[in-house]
Design a protein. Sequence first.
Length: 105
Amino acid sequence: MLDEDFTHAQKRVEDSYQRMDNETIRKVYAYYKQATEGDISGKRPSVLRIRDRIKFDAWSSISGMSKDEAKVAYIDLVNRLELNTFEVTCDMRDQQAITEQSSER
């Protein structure tokens, strides 16, 4: 049942990805990666690779969570999604990420 619910949640994410805010996408990504691959490995990407670094940080933030716990968290998050009323393009997301990175410094 858990795997079936997880697959259904993945489909919902695919259908509504462009209407999610960046914070939600980071969480969805982290739970998905933890659920499918387990703990992250490797070095944190350089600051010049902003997108990769953000994804690494999101995934590493839940390191240690079991795959089943991550699936449950993913499903719960998807079931509680509050979607934007408009679509967000990749370019808009990248610009927002750059702005967020600049404000963290």
